[in-house]
Design a binder for this molecule. Sequence first.
Ligand code: NAD
Length: 703
Amino acid sequence: MSAGDGVAVITLDNPPVNALSFAYCKQLLTAIESAERDPGVRAVVITGANGIFSAGADVNDFAAEPQADAVSVRDIIAAIERSEKTYVAAIDGNCLGGGLELALACDYRGASARSKLGLPEIRLGLIPGAGGTQRLPRLIGARPALELMLKGSSISAERAVELGVLDEITGGELTETASEFARRVADHPTADAPRKRRISAREAVIGDGVPKIALPYVAAQAHKMVPPEEKGGLAAHKLIDAVQAAVEMPFPLGIARESRLFEELVRSKPSLGLRHVFFAERELSKIPGVTLPQTQRDIGGERVGVVGAGTMGSGIAIAFAQSGIPVTVVDTNDEAVERARQTVMGMFMYQVQKGKLTQEEGWKRAQSITFTEDWNELAAADLVVEAVFENLGVKRDVFAKLDGIAEPDAFLATNTSTLDIDRIAEATKRPERVLGLHFFVPANIMPLLEIVRGAETSPEAIAFGFAVGKSLRKKAVLSGNAFGFIGNRMIFDYLREAMALAEEGNAPARVDAVMRNFGFPMGPFAMSDLSGLDVGRQIAQGRGDEGKARTDVLGRLVEMGRLGQKSMAGFFKYDRSIGRGREPIADPVVEEIFAGEARAAGIAPRHADDVEVRERLLYALVNRGAYLLEEGVALRPGDIDIVYVYGYGFPPHHGGPMWYADEVGLDRVYARIREFESQFGPQWKPSALLAKMASFDKELAHA
Ligand code: NAD
């Protein structure tokens, strides 16, 4: 704290993000109390160091057992609320969660133009718990407040002024301007600028001129608009309740209501799952033996090279260009190049139309991707990503050629989905600089990147892979070099069970519906249709005996030209006039094919209820995930969870498959897997790790 001329300045300084942890709040309270005791101090300015106001409470504290002497943001706010001195929040940078709640307890709020404000608690399955749900509706109206908190995204300072969250955008030296203002108001309060301006003393309105009497109706509408509780909507419903309380109840009762709802949510399964995902993300880049650069490194050199201008190559090129890294793309096929050019141009023009880029930026980005037949243009790249056909011979030829062209210290990456990285690396004289960068389709959109470590891949190459992930703002997960890596290896087992269920006479549409009800955006059959049944069959063939199915349903559908969504028919049919041709429509023809093939293979019909459908699909993921941990393909259960949440649409409020297994109870999951093994066969043999953890009554999270 610094004090001068009647104004004390308290600077939040708890690097890196000025988190308002219990420990830090204790210090903060001491600073506030000393300002309160000092008769010379008439006003207090709260500001932040480290280029940020505050990112809010420390998420670690939510799990902590409450200590009697713990000091939280609520206590800081209560002290400000009791004070007769003027408090001004001088905001620069992010002001989020508890940080914004603290600012809302101040009498005035000014911010620099670059600041961002928000209450993102909903993303962790929580609601603001330090008065945010009661003060914000009183400040800007219940409706806009609810909208802001339900979205959980942050808004610009400009928008915050429009909404009335901020009093003004402050130019010049923020603290000085704020101090001067605070002094003036404290010494010469006016009706327009009183010394104290407590939001808690105001009444909340609904907003948009809607009368208060309509509150039950407005709340009922809001409840209808958010997902149901079982599909991850629990916190949203509680938030609506809290905001309703802000309009209906006197402030202290509203605050009590908020606290109660918050405490319920902190212990709720969805929030625990979401917080697990939050922490698992932070762990991703902790790799034993690999030191990651703390600062953003320049990954591009002059340019990144991409070989192959197909579906993946063009998506990868767009991903780099979007991050401001110029790309050179090489392909041997003129038609592919022409298509890729159009895809690239179409993508950036779409972003211009959507208002995400200016015309000039869109054009510049599109122009930063160049197509050529001349491989020598890849010579200047620090990184070349190969995305040619999924064929080992073709890929080895490409790597041998790249090895001769690229600088000796350049990294060569393959986007293979299933091939052995070591066999590809062998084709070069630099296997230590060869790695897998497995993007997901569409590569410019999907937030996941698997970084595959071959036997010779150096720690430096892995660190480089993580730097690529950071530049592209993707969640990068390390995987060992095993068939299908983490994500696809597990999905094979999941799809195997989906096929088995359909062979037993359970309709694909029902199997899909069960998984959608669990929270996946689509079921296994719609997902297969999206990625292409021909691709699925090719991969199954690539796995040899392991990929052999009990029936040839997949082969029959492919031969009928039913390749999935791209041919408007696969496991489902599609109609261009329904859901823009993306809505799966159940097709009795497919059910007949399943029935016929099952009969021929001697598979008896067997009804599985919804619980069994869910268990077979999810426990297939869990069991394979446990094998991958046992084999060292995946480093941590949390890594697997991130792959599933960000790459396969696993509902984040269930935390990912491995977290879910702990949530259900490993002993129960293990017992069911044993039952499936005796009922369905050796494909269900439980992983030794799972058996061990279940018998010790441990959780996978501790594996
Ligand atoms: P694609 O068939 O759409 O594109 C491959 C491109 O490579 C074609 O344009 C082809 O002309 C070009 N090509 C082939 N041989 C070449 C050579 N010797 N030199 C230069 N260019 C050559 O295939 P895709 O779907 O983009 O897949 C590419 C790679 O990405 C494969 O390894 C695939 O397994 C992997 N992958 C695909 C997906 C997916 O869902 N499509 C997802 C992740 C990874």
